[in-house]
Design a protein around this ligand. Structure first.
Ligand SMILES: [Ca+2]
Ligand SMILES: [Ca+2]
Length: 301
């Protein structure tokens, strides 16, 4: 599969719809990309079916205890969140530790000893995150986070920036869209908190929140590969669970195979809610491949 370098990735600032080609997360521009993005997006409205995912990025630094945390080096931790969304369409912390930590084969080791044991918050230094109250901040704006908080000494926990991720036609597959970055740094060094960790010179440590809708037709699939945490909800039900700090990992939603569980029927439009976190430098991989032809953005109020 072709891997595009950073300059092939186009992020479009949704807060300035007339602006294309800048703020790409890359450090130089590409005239070819500018042509592609203009032809695809210049006349689209926010509610149209588009080959774009509108993303809310929240920038963090290692001052947050869940970011640049010691990494166990294993695969995803399944079951860190519950299998439904809360009333604000945010993921819900699982007070148990979840089902298992996947191995490199994508299976749960039978000898796993931490299955469904309670999380102990601050005492649990080996867990993938610190506590329910720290996870609460991942997908909420700084001014939505109640104060005071005991575990953070700075003024701002996060800074929110909205951008768009352009899905491009996949040159290796018919009727397929993709986005691929092996250095996924959508926030420039002059955005958010700037370089973090500072010694990397790049802006790692951020979360990605996407709310969209799609029209379900048979044989659709959606594949994600990346690090770190990634959860996808379809029709308000957890459809892909790659949570936790981990190496790049891949998972696929086969909508037909999951149709009964997700309670979806061809011919109808359903919500898809995507939650990602880049929580440890230096790796940041983010790859989407799907034969869903377009998405209807649901921009948060
Ligand atoms: Ca950061
Ligand atoms: Ca990472």
């Amino acid at each position: 599969m072709k891997i595009l370098d950073c300059n092939k990735l186009v992020f479009l600032l949704s807060v300035a719809a007339a602006y294309f080609g800048g703020g790409t997360g890359c450090h130089s521009s590409s005239s070819t990309d500018d042509t592609d993005s203009d032809s695809t997006h210049a006349t689209d409205s926010d509610t149209a079916c588009r080959q774009v995912l509108t993303a809310t990025f929240r920038d963090f630094t290692e001052a947050h205890p869940d970011f640049e945390r010691d990494d166990s080096g294993w695969g995803p931790a399944v079951g860190l969140i519950l299998e439904t969304l809360d009333e604000q369409r945010k993921p819900i912390y699982n007070k148990l530790r979840g089902d298992c930590k996947l191995n490199e084969n994508g299976t749960c080791p039978s000898t796993d000893t931490w299955q469904n044991t309670p999380m102990w918050g601050y005492q649990d230094t080996d867990s993938d995150w610190q506590a329910e109250e720290t996870f609460f901040t991942w997908y909420r704006n700084d001014d939505e986070i109640p104060r005071p908080i005991s575990w953070f000494t700075g003024d701002e926990i996060n800074r929110t920036i909205q951008k768009e991720i352009l899905l491009e036609p996949n040159p290796d597959a018919l009727n397929s869209l993709f986005f691929d970055s092996s250095l996924f740094l959508p926030l420039d060094t002059d955005e958010g908190f700037g370089p973090s960790p500072e010694n990397t010179g790049e802006n790692y440590l951020f979360t990605t929140e996407i709310h969209t809708q799609f029209d379900y037709v048979p044989k659709q699939v959606f594949t994600f590969r990346g690090d770190d945490d990634l959860w996808i909800f379809v029709n308000d039900k957890l459809a892909l669970d790659l949570g936790g700090l981990h190496e790049p990992f891949e998972g696929t939603i086969d909508f037909d195979a999951l149709a009964e569980d997700l309670e979806i029927v061809p011919g109808n439009r359903y919500p898809m809610d995507i939650f990602h976190a880049e929580r440890h430098s230096p790796g940041s991989n983010f790859r989407i491949e799907t034969n869903i032809s377009c998405f209807v953005s649901v921009v948060p109020e």
